[in-house]
Design a protein around this ligand. Structure first.
Ligand code: XMP
Length: 323
């Protein structure tokens, strides 16, 4: 019978048999798949595994810390954090085109991952032979989706690692669907907010800022997004929604009034959607009182935002993300 405990036991045995005494690396993205894959491999071979987390500064509030602290505490994984926030910001300066943003982020990501991998390979006594990927069964079937950080190609829409950094792959989630991956993650004791995280695009908040990406805009969006997530969680609706992008219209200003004064701030767009697989989606019918709380909290707490709007378009014709 299928139980998460059985899956863990079988995977651990299979990984031990495959790896022997060789060393393994794994990229963490902050997402569910790469975290569960890494935790399984850690359970199997302990400190023969080194994980790499490229912090590109485009994650939501608390997500980098979730990887660096909570995930490490839950698994005991050996983690190498590669702080690339400055590089990503510099590379993205003044870029507004969505596909250019994706290309730049993909390239920077590969460069950073490569550099980190080289350092690990170079400092290791034993050879590093394996790379963990969080490939799921649906990815195997249609080779789409996938959020393992090392699952770079689909995640960041770019090619793989260079020839001198070719590894054999360990793909412990290859036979699993998303809900099964979550069950395995819970079995392995990963934090609930990591295991139940909504899908999040590889390019992160950069494609939720309509306009050029700057540190200030990232901070504004992160604050608004954190308010939305807290309110949805408090309302108990996390599992009823597929995804809830919050989009900052950074190049648009609208007039508002606050206290005695006129304001000239930015609008944000709330984009809650329901979906089965992200191929099609419907806009989420959220309770008005929840929307009201979100709107007043954002406009009260985020000085630069003076208007909150709701996206009521299905996919198609719109996409889930705005870029
Ligand atoms: P759209 O906006 O095309 O998004 O309806 C469909 C799903 O894919 C996610 N998405 C991405 N994921 N890299 C990713 O890893 C990307 O460049 C990317 N663009 C969109 C989006 O969040 C949704 O789940």
């Amino acid at each position: 019978t299928w139980t998460a405990a059985n899956i863990v036991e079988e995977s651990v045995a299979a990984i031990r048999a495959q790896v022997g005494d060789k060393r393994v690396i794994c990229g963490l993205s902050g997402g569910v798949d790469s975290a569960v894959a890494a935790a399984l491999v850690q359970r199997a071979i302990g400190d023969q595994l080194t994980c790499v987390f490229v912090d590109h500064g485009l994650l939501r509030r608390g997500e980098a810390q979730q990887v660096e602290k909570d995930f490490v505490a839950a698994t005991g994984v050996d983690l190498k954090v590669f702080d690339a926030r400055k590089q990503f910001l510099a590379a993205l300066a003044e870029v507004t085109d969505p596909e250019r943003k994706r290309k730049i982020i993909g390239k920077e990501f590969i460069d950073s991952f490569e550099q980190a991998a080289r350092e690990i390979v170079g400092s290791s006594e034993e050879s590093v032979e394996f790379l963990v990927q969080g490939t799921l069964y649906p990815d195997v079937v249609e080779s789409g989706g996938g959020e393992g950080a090392a699952n770079i190609k689909s995640h960041h829409n770019v090619g793989g690692l260079p020839d001198d950094l070719q590894f054999k792959l360990i793909e412990p989630l290859r036979t699993l669907f998303k809900d099964e991956v979550r069950a395995v993650g819970e079995e392995l004791g990963l934090p609930a907010d990591l295991v139940w995280r909504h899908p999040f695009p590889g390019p992160g908040l950069a494609i939720r800022i309509i306009g050029a990406v700057t540190q200030e805009r990232l901070d504004i969006l992160r604050e608004a997004d954190a308010i939305v997530r807290a309110e949805v969680t408090a309302a108990g609706l996390d599992r009823d929604i597929w995804q809830f992008p919050v989009v900052l219209l950074a190049d648009v200003r609208s007039v508002g009034v606050q206290g005695d004064g006129r304001t000239y701030g930015h609008p944000v767009v709330l984009r809650p959607v329901t979906s089965e697989d992200a191929m099609t989606a419907d806009w989420g019918r959220l309770p008005y009182d929840l929307l009201e709380r979100i709107s007043s909290k954002i406009t009260n707490q985020v000085r630069e935002i003076n208007r909150v709007t709701l996206d009521i378009t299905s996919k198609p014709p719109a996409t889930i993300e705005w870029e």
